[in-house]
Ligand binder design. Structure first.
Ligand code: ATP
Ligand code: MG
Length: 446
C-alpha cells in the first residue's frame, strides 16, 4: 500500500489521466472560439468524444491569445465530414478535416497513436536514424496524448464538462514554466528531428525553460536535422521567424548548438559580423510588427536576412571587374542557390526577394525619369522599406532614405522640384572624357 503510494508520488505508476474541474484551472468554454465550441458541441451531440487540444489549451492557460483551435475526436474523418456543411478532408499523410464556421477554420483530427513498430519491421516505417516516416494509426485519447511532443502540448479541454484532461503532467509543467518532452527525449527527437526546433521556438515564444533532460540531447542530435525534407524545414523556420520572438528564438538556437552547418541561412544570420546590426534591426522590426498584429512579408524578411551575403558576393564580383548590375545578378544567383539546397524557399518568395534586392542600386539615382519611374514600380514600397533598414543600420547615408521618403509622399510638382540634376555615372564618364572636372559628382550611396 505504502509502496504503491510512493510509486504514484514518484510518477512511476500511471493511474489514468489527471482530470481537473473547471474551478481548478480557470479556463472556461467561452474563452474558446465560437467555431471550436460549435465543432465540439456537434460532435458530442452525435455521440462522439470531442475536446480542444494542443497549442490553444496551452496558450489560454498561459493567458496568451491562441493562434488557432484544434479539436481531437474519436470520430473518423468520414464520420466528421457529413456533420458539417462546409468541411473538407485534407492531408495525405494523415487525413484531417477542416471545418469552416463563419470565417474560422477549425482543424479536427481523429485520435491517433504513434505507430507501434513490430520487431524487424522498423526499416519500413523508420529511417536508419529512427525518423518516423509514417504514423497513420487511429488510437485512443490516451495514445493521442502520448504521440504529441511536449507535456504542455498534450492537454485536452472538454468544453461540455469544463474539465482539463492531463496524461503527462502538462499542467504542473505549465505552472513551473517548463517545456518537457513526453517519454524519452532522444527517441522522440530521432523520430522527428523538427521537434528540436519546436522546443526552441516554443520555449522562446512562451517564455518557458527547456527541462534539462529535454535539452541535453539536442546538441548531439543536431545533425539529424539534415535529413528533414527542405520544405518541412522551411515551414518550421518560417514559423520561428514569424513567431513575434524571432530574435529570442535565434539566440536560443545558437545556445543549443542548432545553428551550425545545418542551415546555411542560420550560419549567415548568426555568424555574420558585417550584417549583424542589419539583421538585428530586421528581426526586431519583424517581431514588433507581429506583436502589433501588422502584416509581415516573409519575402522581405528573408531578403533582409540574406542581404549582407548578397552584398559581399556583389562587391567581390565587382572587384573582379564585373559590371555592377551583372555582378548583383550573379551574387543573387549564388546566394539563393546555396540557400535553396537545404531550405526550400519557394519560387514565389525568391522572385520577390530578387525584386527587392535589384531595386537597391536604383535608389542611388535621384535624377530625372529614373527616379520618377522607380517610385511608380509595384515593389517600390517594399524596396523603400528595405532601403530604410539599410540606412538605419548605417549602410547607406541617412539623407538618401530621407530623400526617398519625402519624394514618395510629395505631389508631382514637388517631385519635379526635388529631382537632382542628371549626373548618372555613365553620363559623367562620357562628359569627363571631353571636359574633365565638370563639378563635383554626387557621393555614391554605397
Ligand atoms: P503554435 O502556437 O505554433 O501553433 P502548436 O503547439 O499549436 O504551436 P502546431 O504545429 O499547431 O503547434 O501543432 C498542434 C499540436 O500538434 C501541438 O500542440 C502538438 O500537440 C502536436 N504536434 C505538432 N507537431 C508535432 C511534432 N512534430 N511531434 C509531436 N507532436 C506534434
Ligand atoms: Mg497550433
Amino acid at each position: 500500500m505504502i509502496k504503491r503510494f510512493i510509486r504514484r508520488v514518484l510518477g512511476l505508476e500511471r493511474k489514468g489521466p489527471v482530470r481537473l474541474g473547471r474551478d481548478k484551472h480557470g479556463l472556461s468554454a467561452d474563452q474558446l472560439s465560437p467555431g471550436a465550441r460549435k465543432v465540439c458541441e456537434v460532435l458530442q451531440q452525435h455521440g462522439f468524444a470531442a475536446c480542444v487540444v494542443g497549442g490553444a489549451v496551452r496558450d489560454l492557460l498561459l493567458r496568451l491569445p491562441p493562434k488557432d483551435f484544434d479539436v481531437a475526436t474519436d470520430a473518423r474523418p468520414e464520420q466528421i465530414k457529413p456533420l458539417f456543411r462546409r468541411a473538407f478532408m485534407i492531408g495525405r499523410r494523415f487525413r484531417i478535416v477542416h471545418v469552416m464556421i463563419g470565417a474560422e477554420t477549425v482543424e479536427v483530427s481523429t485520435f491517433r497513436a504513434a505507430q507501434v513498430v513490430p520487431e524487424g519491421e522498423a526499416a519500413r516505417v523508420q529511417d536508419p536514424n529512427g525518423r518516423v516516416l509514417r504514423d497513420n494509426v487511429f488510437g485512443s485519447q490516451e495514445e493521442d496524448a502520448r504521440r504529441r511532443d511536449f507535456t504542455v502540448n498534450a492537454l485536452f479541454f472538454d468544453p461540455a464538462t469544463g474539465e482539463i484532461i492531463d496524461y503527462h503532467g502538462g499542467l504542473d509543467d505549465l505552472k513551473r514554466h517548463t517545456l518537457r518532452m513526453i517519454d524519452d527525449p532522444e527517441t522522440r527527437y530521432r523520430e522527428d528531428p523538427v521537434r528540436m526546433l519546436r522546443a526552441v521556438r516554443l520555449a522562446a515564444k512562451l517564455g518557458l525553460s527547456i527541462d534539462n533532460a529535454t535539452r541535453a540531447p539536442i546538441r548531439r542530435l543536431a545533425p539529424l536535422l539534415e535529413q528533414v525534407p527542405p520544405a518541412r524545414l522551411f515551414d518550421e523556420m518560417l514559423k520561428l521567424l514569424l513567431s513575434g520572438h524571432a530574435s529570442a528564438c535565434l539566440r536560443q538556437l545558437r545556445e543549443e548548438g542548432l545553428h551550425h552547418g545545418l542551415l546555411p541561412l542560420l550560419d549567415v544570420i548568426l555568424d555574420q559580423p558585417l550584417g549583424e546590426r542589419f539583421v538585428t534591426l530586421a528581426l526586431a522590426q519583424t517581431d514588433a510588427r507581429v506583436l502589433e498584429g501588422r502584416p509581415v512579408s516573409p519575402a522581405f524578411l528573408f531578403a533582409a536576412l540574406l542581404w549582407h551575403e548578397v552584398l559581399q558576393a556583389w562587391r567581390a564580383q565587382e572587384r573582379r571587374g564585373e559590371r555592377s548590375l551583372v555582378a548583383l545578378e550573379s551574387a543573387m544567383d549564388d546566394v539563393l542557390e546555396r540557400q535553396c539546397e537545404k531550405l526550400a524557399i519557394t519560387r514565389k518568395l525568391t522572385a520577390t526577394m530578387r525584386e527587392v534586392w535589384a531595386l537597391q542600386p536604383r535608389f542611388e539615382h535621384r535624377a530625372g525619369q529614373r527616379a520618377l519611374r522607380l517610385v511608380e514600380t509595384p515593389r517600390f514600397r517594399m524596396g523603400y522599406d528595405f532601403l530604410a533598414l539599410r540606412a538605419a543600420s548605417g549602410e547607406v547615408p541617412a539623407d538618401l532614405e530621407a530623400w526617398w521618403r519625402a519624394f514618395q509622399e510629395a505631389d508631382a510638382e514637388t517631385r519635379h522640384a526635388m529631382l537632382l540634376p542628371e549626373t548618372g555615372p555613365k553620363k559623367r564618364r562620357r562628359r569627363r572624357r571631353k571636359k574633365p572636372a565638370a563639378g563635383a559628382p554626387a557621393a555614391p550611396a554605397e
